[in-house]
Design a protein around this ligand. Sequence first.
Ligand code: GDP
Ligand code: MN
Length: 397
Amino acid sequence: MNLHEYQGKEILNSFGVNIQRGIVATTPDEAVEAAKKLTEETGTGWHVIKAQVHAGGRGKGGGVKLAKNLKEVKEIAVEIIGMNLVTPQTSKEGKKVHQVLVAEDVYYPGDSEPEEYYMSVLLDRAQGKNMIMYSPEGGMDIETVAENTPDKIFTEVVDPATGLLPFQARKVAFNLGLSGKAFKEMTKFVSALYKAYTESDSSLFEINPVLKTSDDNILAVDSKVTLDDSALFRHKDYQVLRDVREEDPAEVEAKEAGLSYVNLDGNVGCMVNGAGLAMATMDLIKQAGGEPANFLDVGGTADAKRVEEAFRLILKDEKVEAILINIFGGIVRCDRVAEGVVEAYKNLGDQIKVPIIVRLQGTNADLAKEIIDNSGLNVESAVLFQEAADKVQEVLS
Ligand code: GDP
Ligand code: MN
């Protein structure tokens, strides 16, 4: 689950990471109130107004702007709230902005050279360990840094069994070229950031930029946080941070129905049980000259209700020209699934305008084929993988 910048910063702050402070607002008037409150609390005269959407590169798309007085706060908030923000990380249509973070300006006017760094903590799956990735070249795309000056990117592998050791935090500060107070502040920053990452069960904490102010404080100016969905049950207080407006509506619906669904660009919808078989089915579709329209794992209990829900999801996708159902009946019996398919088909009948190919293999597969073949519906059954592929090819051509 991805978080908004302001939510990530709140978590960081709760673990003692210094942040650029801010207050979230959903209307221009609220933005003005937020700015007034921040001035009282921090003494800041200038504010940055930052669009809160799940996408990076907001600065480039005009979603981060500096306001030098309350009038400008209001003007900028009017402009940003409700806009469709297009950034290098969004689609062409962009993302609608529902709220802004009104933050204190931390790039003080007298500060001739604020230093910006990049820092992230993430899971290194290859090593089965955590990794801190950091660079003195912050504030810009880390991908660009990686491409042009890969030697400017450092990594520190952290064994989850020992946690971040003090010498490692010092190494990070050293490699960023810091000394004196800034060095100390950076070691505290890294340690607190690592703690936030592990204790929140996250798979990513990315701070770009990390700012060193002229008075040698270290601040998180931005945050990109991905919480591990599988660990969310341990964090009731984080569950409410989910903003479904930022997610693909079909994927949200699927999650609610207990289906694993990922929307893709192709023309063949697929309904499969088991993630491995789902991947193999996608390969099969490609081999047959199609492109998978989705990844859909209906799970171990492919009963009529789930099959119908899965149908509904696939049919919402206008790109779909054919549907391939590929179920292996191990725990589930194929005849139950076949009945489910027929029942769902009857319930959705007039909505289904594309050919359907069903391959049911495993327990009671013969019975299942009989049910499909005798249903009188526009459903073709296949027994072998190759047969299914051939039929997909046939209906697409
Ligand atoms: P992103 O573009 O989505 O990564 O959003 P960021 O939060 O990283 O902000 C983009 C850029 O806005 C930063 O790299 C900064 O250069 C700038 N910025 C952020 N906060 C401030 C601030 O307090 N004052 C000023 N002047 N610029 C800021
Ligand atoms: Mn950023």
